[in-house]
Design a protein around this ligand. Structure first.
Ligand SMILES: [Cu+2]
Length: 171
């Protein structure tokens, strides 16, 4: 597996024009922090004035220590919750995970549409496909890591750059 190490980015403003030309093609680059790796991070684009947006990614824990995603901060939202999706009486409901999201040793945890997800609330701007925002993830064990989230289409289901790991996934 190709590992691409990305240094933790510092304080990039969402709409700042960068002197350095950047490749904005969604790449699903892997971001590593200690034994954790985050891949396929994306946010769904929003309609104008939409108050919330969903964020998705895959977190793999290659270590021998259980970890936990405690909190997330986004530059374009007042607050970001970690939501769990459950089905109660045939109705899909979501609720914030008060103790964060467990990432057990040796396991891979996916946040995906119709499943657990990040919910960015109080959006300060419309999210447009092709943008990218740096979200800061705080883990109990490995600490903070900044991960670029590509803004994909309104109905995106997965990051196009993410490698297929399970071709037999049920639909
Ligand atoms: Cu939610």
């Amino acid at each position: 597996m190709k590992l691409l190490l990305i240094a933790v980015l510092t304080g990039a403003t969402p709409f700042a024009t960068s002197a350095v030309a950047e490749d904005h093609t969604p790449s699903a680059d892997e971001v590593q922090v200690a034994e954790l790796s985050v891949t396929g991070a994306f946010i769904r684009a929003t309609l104008p004035h939409a108050p919330v947006a969903g964020g998705y990614m895959t977190i793999a824990n290659h270590g021998i220590t259980d970890d936990r995603l405690l909190s997330v901060t986004a530059p374009i939202g007042e607050r970001t919750d970690i939501h769990e999706m459950t089905i109660e009486n045939d109705v899909m409901t979501m609720r914030a995970l008060p103790d964060g999201l467990p990432v057990p040793a040796g396991e891979t945890v996916s946040l995906q549409p119709a499943g657990n997800h990040l919910m960015i609330m109080g959006l300060s701007a419309q999210l447009v496909e092709g943008q990218s925002y740096d979200l800061t993830l705080k883990f109990e064990n490995v600490g903070e890591v900044t991960v670029p989230f590509d803004v994909l289409a309104l109905n995106a289901r997965k990051h196009p750059g993410l490698q297929e790991t399970d071709t037999h996934a049920p639909e």
